[in-house]
Design a protein around this ligand. Structure first.
Ligand code: 2HA
Ligand code: ZN
Length: 273
């Protein structure tokens, strides 16, 4: 391999950032992505890594992430520039053996730090790695307009958001059968939002941050992007429906729950309780 950007995980990450930017979800430096790199993928790129880099504290402890490598976007960097210049706008970090510190082993060639939301990403990777037996590897945060708009209209309650968004497109309860969590407005990048999100992400793959954006977890780049895209599209339909005077008819709870068996998905009936 002549260049690290030939690695397929790098290409997948760059494409994801580009797609998200082109959706209009990442104005300026808005949003961040992290990917827990597979051991076989890191072996492919070891020649490009500087394992002697200085260590820095994460701010949270994630013991089950000890020794893991993550590809992440850089703090203050623009998604718009990731695909054309991943060298200056992304980095690979390695977590130490205690799960408390990290070092930048590649990237951010003009300097900088990993995403300002690093504690939230890593705490949530830790939870998701545990609850999915290692299946989830991607965490994506962005600022899609319709989702944010709904946080000014609907009560900030996960059950209400789930019910309203599930009704907008039949695919929704199939794509996110555990529903949506909602976190009230909090200071971005802080430990509070990290912990509140981690609480919800144990059960759900989608957490909305009131008046800020959305946080999604998934197995790979396509599934995580597809999840965010599905939620944002349903939110757009809901904004249009509300703007047109509101629903005249809809899909009921019984109908939504009837999708569980034919599609073999565990749709959470608690969302209607
Ligand atoms: O600017 O989106 O939440 C990056 C962010 C912080
Ligand atoms: Zn944000």
């Amino acid at each position: 391999m002549d260049c690290i950007t030939q690695a397929s995980f790098m290409r997948g990450f760059m494409d994801l950032c580009d797609l998200s930017f082109n959706k209009g979800w990442n104005e300026r430096n808005g949003g961040n992505v992290s990917y827990r790199i597979k051991p076989e993928e890191i072996r492919e790129v070891t020649a490009f890594l500087n394992e002697e880099a200085p260590s820095q504290t994460i701010g949270i402890t994630a013991e089950n992430l000890a020794g893991e490598y993550f590809l992440v976007t850089g703090s203050t960097k623009f998604f718009m520039n990731v695909k054309s210049n991943p060298f200056d706008n992304t980095c690979i970090i390695k977590i130490d053996e205690k799960g408390e510190n990290y070092k930048i082993v590649w990237g951010l060639q003009k300097g900088g730090r990993p995403t300002s939301e690093l504690p939230t990403h890593l705490l949530n990777h830790s939870v998701k790695k545990h609850c999915t037996n290692g299946a989830h590897r991607v965490i994506m945060h962005a600022h899609p307009a319709n989702i944010i708009a709904l946080t000014f209209i609907l009560p900030l309650d996960g059950k209400v958001f789930t019910q309203e968004i599930w009704q907008m497109m039949t695919e929704c309860p199939i794509v996110f059968p555990a529903g949506i969590g909602v976190v009230e407005w909090m200071v971005p990048g802080g430990p509070e939002v990290a912990k509140a999100t981690a609480e919800l992400i144990q059960k759900q793959d989608v957490v909305i941050w009131a008046h800020h954006g959305i946080f999604c977890s998934g197995e790979d780049f396509d599934l995580t992007f597809g999840l965010m895209d599905t939620v944002e599209k349903a939110a757009e339909i809901l904004v249009k429906v509300i703007s047109c005077g509101g629903k005249r008819q809809s899909i009921g709870a019984k109908e939504i729950l009837s999708l569980a068996e034919p599609y073999s998905v565990p749709i959470d009936a608690e969302m209607f309780s």
